[in-house]
Design a protein around this ligand. Structure first.
Ligand SMILES: C[S@@+](CC[C@H](N)C(=O)[O-])C[C@H]1O[C@@H](n2cnc3c(N)ncnc32)[C@H](O)[C@@H]1O
Length: 213
């Protein structure tokens, strides 16, 4: 579910790593400190980890240094092809945030970078309820993604994309399902998590949610 962006990611898969390296000026600020953002997620997890929206496998590579086992779930065939080229020792599955093959083991953590905004807020609610049912107390969800601290901040960021003539970025901000910290906090708390947020660049916030007992 929430797979309406898959064709776009199939097309983007071969050049995606050049975008995150800052080649595309429109997205440079979104990906500022990309490597550090991925590390901030990886250093907060251990054990058996499920990663959603794997992309080309950049976070996966870091997770493999700190985890026992990584299950990668990715709906785009183009992106999965890029991950396979890297030969990473993970179990890579066709699936998405809401629908994926049954995982045969206990899960310690669920992670994702730059991807949860592909779900509408109603889909996010369903996904978080599902993760709450999969994790034991102490299990965690760690996401890094564009989110907004307030309605004013959202407006300011959209306006500055327009002022800079970054029309692709502006279009993304207006049409994908970026949400607020307030909504994320509420959705996770309702499913029995404690939540904290840390800003990682102008766009990206780290969300760390720990399942209560
Ligand atoms: C901007 S890329 C991020 C890739 C990688 N996580 C990173 O940080 O570079 C978004 C990824 O999410 C995937 N994606 C899109 N919709 C998704 C969904 N509903 N469920 C899971 N992944 C999704 C895309 O195919 C793409 O690989």
């Amino acid at each position: 579910m929430g797979r309406e962006f898959t064709a776009l990611f199939d097309e983007w898969s071969e050049s995606y790593d050049r975008t995150v390296a800052g080649e595309d000026v429109e997205y440079r600020e979104v990906f500022a400190g990309y490597d550090r953002i991925l590390e901030a997620v990886a250093e907060r997890v251990s054990g058996t980890v499920v990663e959603f929206g794997v992309g080309t496998g950049n976070l996966t590579e870091k997770l493999l240094k700190v985890s026992e086992k990584v299950f990668g779930i990715e709906p785009s065939e183009g992106m999965r092809r890029e991950v396979l080229k890297r030969g990473l020792p993970i179990k890579l599955l066709d699936g998405d945030f809401l629908e994926f093959p049954q995982l045969p083991v206990r899960i310690d953590a669920i992670v994702s970078t730059y991807a949860f905004h592909h779900l509408t807020d109603a889909e996010k609610e369903r996904a978080i309820a599902l993760y709450s049912s999969l994790l034991a107390p102490g299990g965690r969800v760690v996401f890094a993604d564009t989110s907004f601290a307030s309605a004013e901040e959202r407006q300011e960021i959209e306006q500055s994309a327009l002022d800079a003539g970054f029309l692709n970025l502006y279009q993304d901000l207006r049409t994908e399902y970026y949400t607020s910290l307030e909504i994320l906090n509420k959705l996770f708390m309702e499913q029995g998590f404690t939540v904290s947020f840390t800003r990682l660049n102008r766009y990206v916030w780290l969300l760390e949610a720990v399942k209560l007992g």
